[in-house]
Ligand binder design. Structure first.
Ligand SMILES: NC(=O)c1ccc[n+]([C@@H]2O[C@H](COP(=O)([O-])OP(=O)(O)OC[C@H]3O[C@@H](n4cnc5c(N)ncnc54)[C@H](O)[C@@H]3O)[C@@H](O)[C@H]2O)c1
Ligand SMILES: O=P(O)(O)OC[C@H](O)CO
Length: 371
């Protein structure tokens, strides 16, 4: 018999992940805020609003009572929009204090006010040991997985044991989960690819073709890597499932809400129009500002994300987004990342600055992951 698990949040990803877990043998109880949604999942084994046409496993249970969902749970998965994560977590404090169940974030956003990653918000609100926290990410478009199309994902935790436990539970014949211990890289990959997917949507909406998109994806990966490495992540994580893998899926798919939001902006709709049109969460729209703030704090240049912000603010015509892939200056620049290139004084200076910051903080990347 598989572990008893709770999945909190019954939108498209929470429900799909509940199915992944149940199809891997776990005993799943979903928590939905709305009683009628909990009732539909529990009785009809359907979530018609978020996963139309999908039959959920017969074993899945659902409730709108949080305490009932987490009672006796050996693992707890959280899948709400990042802007509501803190509020949802506060309700979890009493039951979590009574258990030692790992807490797994399925979310791909940062907290707008603080710029904190979701694992950091979990650690702060629940006050639990980081080794008990895991995050899941990767090229994971919910509807494709709900249709049981073969997919890979990655689970990360500062404790390899926790990551392996969650990866074993979140695996089934159509869903294969890998592990790593680079929590910051895994989370930032999921946040950053959303921003690049918005850019791709914008140029799609304008009507530009594959050269423009390939240029943005490739240079976008450089921005993602520079940012993540500046925050103590490993560059190789950005080239794995949580980085490049997810970047490809999100930038290519019309199923992506971030890509869709960008496309509408590129077609000339305002941000306000787009937000009111979207029925599901497009995390990228709310992440642009906090991520640029974090980038500035480390001296990381993110010209593509900066241009996305200008389109969101209405200060740049979407059709102008692609040609200037740098906001720096007109000097030809090396193609490698800021961290890798040795042909620009600025990059070298920043690398020294980061090394000095790291040294001053007294530790390497693993330690910084826990901050
Ligand atoms: N959909 C995907 O393909 C996918 C894949 C991977 C990761 N994610 C990430 O998963 C997270 C959730 O996204 P989603 O796609 O399920 O969004 P969604 O818009 O489909 O659903 C969000 C759900 O959260 C519920 N909710 C909102 N605030 C809540 C609160 N305070 N308490 C309880 N429930 C609340 C909503 O009622 C809704 O059921 C996001 O961070 C997203 O980036 C989504
Ligand atoms: O629909 P999106 O844009 O939130 O993307 C969903 C997943 O994150 C893809 O991995």
């Amino acid at each position: 018999m598989g572990p008893k698990v709770a999945v909190l949040g019954a939108g498209s990803w929470g429900t799909t992940f509940g199915k992944v877990l149940a199809d891997g043998g776990a005993r799943v109880t979903m928590w939905a805020r709305r009683p009628e949604q909990a009732h539909e999942i529990d009785e009809a084994k359907r979530n018609s609003q978020y996963l139309p046409g999908i039959n959920l496993p017969r074993s899945i249970r659902a409730t709108h009572r949080l305490a009932k969902a987490v009672e006796g749970a050996e693992q707890i998965y959280l899948s709400v929009p990042s802007k509501t994560a803190r509020e949802a977590l506060k309700q979890l404090r009493p039951p979590v204090a009574r258990s030692d169940a790992p807490i797994v974030s399925l979310m791909k956003g940062v907290e707008k006010r603080s710029g904190m990653r979701m694992s950091q918000v979990i650690e702060e609100v629940l006050g639990c040991d980081p080794d008990r926290i895991a995050v899941a990410s990767g090229p994971n478009l919910a509807l494709e997985i709900a249709r049981e199309q073969p997919t890979a994902a990655v689970v990360s935790s500062t404790s390899r044991e926790t990551a392996e436990l969650i990866a074993r539970t979140a695996s089934n014949p159509y869903f294969r989960t890998f592990v790593n211990t680079d929590v910051a890289g895994t989370e930032f990959g999921g946040v950053l690819k959303n921003l690049i997917a918005v850019a791709i949507g914008i140029v799609d909406g304008v009507g530009y073709g594959e050269n423009t998109k390939a240029s943005i994806i490739t240079r976008g990966l450089v921005e993602m890597t520079d940012f993540a490495v500046a925050y103590g992540a490993q560059a190789e994580t950005m080239h794995g499932l949580a980085g490049l893998g997810d970047l490809i899926a999100t930038c290519q798919s019309p199923l992506s809400r971030n890509n869709t939001a960008g496309r509408l902006l590129g077609q000339g709709y305002t941000l306000q129009d787009v937000v009111s049109h979207m029925e599901q969460t497009a995390e990228g729209l709310g992440s642009v500002e906090p991520m640029l703030k974090l980038a500035r704090a480390k001296g990381v240049e993110m010209p593509i994300v900066q241009q996305v912000k200008m389109v969101l603010d209405g200060t740049m015509n979407p059709k102008d987004i692609a040609p200037h892939l740098t906001t720096d200056d007109d000097t030809p620049q090396g193609e490698r990342t800021q961290n890798g290139q040795d042909d620009r004084g600025g990059a070298l200076r920043r690398a020294f600055q980061r090394a000095r910051d790291l040294f001053r903080d007294g530790g390497g990347s693993a330690r910084r992951d826990r901050s």
